[in-house]
Design a protein around this ligand. Structure first.
Ligand code: HEM
Ligand code: FPP
Length: 314
């Protein structure tokens, strides 16, 4: 069945009520992926200079979390046809028949509007504007446009995932400064190797769904070259917070070691092109990519908190 036929069939189902429970609505928020998005936003909030009242800081984080979840629900609303075809996603609430597309749309829109309004009214409008832009970028620019039209989809669209620390930083400072741009750049350079490593061993899924992901369009060899290229840029960009003085020595050393490990795994993906070893290398890089980003931001946060405690400066 083509995507157009799948979409047609789903329109007929759209107004029949689903039997979704709380768990299905929670799944619409893509909680596992969004947990790391939310963590990077938390770090943006925590290391921004000047500090913020804890209640407001918590409110900002909650709004970012709800906005991120809302964008996940809107992504699942639009991508229901693709999700039904791919083995990795066919048990999601919409293809599984638990939630209808219109229910997901209403749920996502309500949460998106609420998260932006509350952030604007209670914290500041710069961060609310950035949050609205991030949701728009993921749902409209990435999901509705680029994902189905170009193999550069995740390079450009992936910028959405890089905004959350900048939103957090803006919630505290009311500004966008070099530091938050560097945090953006780290996630921006990280996204292509993170996703293409997975796409290398899931490419048949994307091919079946007609999604022009890099390995489907340009082939595995070109994807491997590009993974290595982005990893070569990512490793030094990851050290920039230290070079610019907002990450301490512990961060400097850790980011250097983590960057070297990332590069080594990317090199192995580049070198191992055949059989089981190729698959294992790609899975290893994908899994490590998540640990890499988590540890990088965790060390930045941990060292910042430790120094603040020792010097008494928040
Ligand atoms: C356009 C950019 C991105 C694409 C296409 C992408 C794609 C994916 C896919 C397909 C998975 C596989 C499993 C799943 O669906 O749960 C995944 C897992 C994951 N991604 Fe990404 N990702 C992107 C950006 C990000 C960003 C920005 C973050 C966080 C900062 C992130 C964090 C994660 C995490 C934590 C997992 C593991 C989830 C689990 O344990 O199941 N991803 N990603
Ligand atoms: C604050 C805020 C709005 C944050 C949004 C952050 C964001 C854009 C994260 C992107 C991560 C993600 C789930 C990509 C999946 O791509 P996909 O949708 O192609 O993956 P799929 O095949 O699993 O649906």
């Amino acid at each position: 069945m083509s995507l157009a036929e799948v979409r047609e069939e789903m329109v007929d189902e759209a107004w029949a009520g689903g039997q979704g429970g709380v768990g299905d609505y929670l799944a619409l928020l893509k909680p596992r992926v969004m947990s790391l998005v939310i963590f990077t936003a938390l770090v943006g909030i925590a290391i921004a200079p000047g500090g913020i009242h804890p209640v407001l800081g918590f409110t900002a984080l909650l709004c970012i979390a709800i906005g991120a979840g809302a964008s996940g629900a809107l992504n699942m609303w639009y991508d229901a046809d693709i999700d039904r075809v791919m083995s990795r996603t066919r048990n999601r609430p919409i293809p599984a028949g638990k939630v209808t597309r219109s229910e997901a749309l209403a749920f996502g829109m309500t949460l998106a509007v609420l998260s932006v309004l509350v952030l604007g009214l209670l914290v500041n409008w710069l961060s609310a504007g950035l949050l609205a832009f991030t949701i728009f970028f993921y749902v409209v620019i990435y999901t509705m446009w680029l994902k189905r039209s170009t193999p550069q989809n995740i390079v450009i669209g992936g910028a959405a995932g890089a905004f959350p620390p900048m939103v957090g930083w803006a919630a505290v400072t009311g500004s966008v400064s070099l530091e938050s741009i560097v945090l953006f750049l780290i996630i921006f350079m990280w996204t292509p190797p993170h996703f293409w490593a997975l796409a290398l061993f899931k490419s048949s899924d994307y091919e079946a769904a007609g999604v022009p992901m890099m390995p489907v369009v340009a082939g595995d060899a070109s994807t491997r070259n590009q993974i290595l290229l982005y990893s070569l840029i990512l490793a030094p960009v990851g050290v920039l917070p230290y070079a610019l003085g907002f990450g301490g020595l512990v961060y400097g050393v850790t980011s250097g070691v983590l960057g070297a490990a990332f590069l080594l795994l990317a090199y192995r993906v580049w070198r191992n092109r055949e059989g089981d070893e190729a698959r294992r290398s790609a899975i290893r890089l994908f899994s490590f990519s998540i640990l890499y980003l988590f540890l990088l931001f965790a060390v930045l946060l941990g060292e910042h908190l430790a120094v603040s405690l020792l010097t008494g400066v928040a």
